[in-house]
Ligand binder design. Structure first.
Ligand code: ZN
Length: 189
């Protein structure tokens, strides 16, 4: 199981490297790594487990963050309407991006960044992607196409950036003209 000590922090060279595609079909070793990414994120959102193991809560984790320079990540995030977006994503491609831009209120965070950062990060409001997504029914990674918008799309783009060696800390702005906050004030209360 992944613990905080397994997560590399900013300054580590792997975090700024472009990760390699995962060889298909997914090997047992890669599959175990992919599963462990999702398991970390889920564990980190469970108060009891998080406290027991000292896990910082997160909504996504990419393989490069555990020093595995391969193109895969996991996300486990609830949208404002309560819908869960839980995915293990291998070799993703973002095929289109909306011109509408958004930013996460108060700025983003990252399990590989220990300090508090100032600024907001522009993200496309919606994206369409293709990726090998783990499918429970067939117990395998299946080439899938999907679209995401709002918060899950922002998480996807943050994790996808990790695969290209891009940290959100290189995309911090005081103000982004024409970008809207992801959440309305009342949704945050
Ligand atoms: Zn991150």
């Amino acid at each position: 199981m992944i613990l905080m000590k397994d997560i590399i922090r900013e300054g580590h060279p792997t975090l700024t490297k472009v990760a390699q595609p995962v060889k298909m079909p997914v090997t047992l070793e890669d599959r175990n790594i992919a599963f462990s990414l999702l398991q970390y994120v889920m564990n980190s959102q469970d108060d009891e487990i998080a406290e027991k193991y000292g896990l910082r809560p997160g909504v996504g984790l990419a393989a490069p963050q555990i020093n595995v320079s391969k193109r895969m990540f996991a996300m486990h995030v609830y949208d404002v309407d309560g819908e869960l977006y839980s995915m293990i994503v291998v070799n993703p491609k973002i095929n289109s991006r909306s011109s509408d831009m958004v930013f996460l209120n108060g700025g983003e965070g990252c399990l590989s960044v220990d300090r508090k950062t100032d600024g907001i990060t522009p993200r496309h409001k919606s994206i369409s992607f293709e990726a090998y997504i783990f499918d429970i029914k067939s117990n395998s990674f299946v080439l899938s196409h999907g679209t995401l918008s709002g918060y899950p799309a922002t998480v996807f783009q943050h994790e996808y950036d990790h695969l290209d060696g891009i940290m959100y800390t290189t995309k911090l702005y005081v103000d982004i003209p024409n970008a809207k906050p992801l959440f309305e004030e009342e949704e945050l209360m």
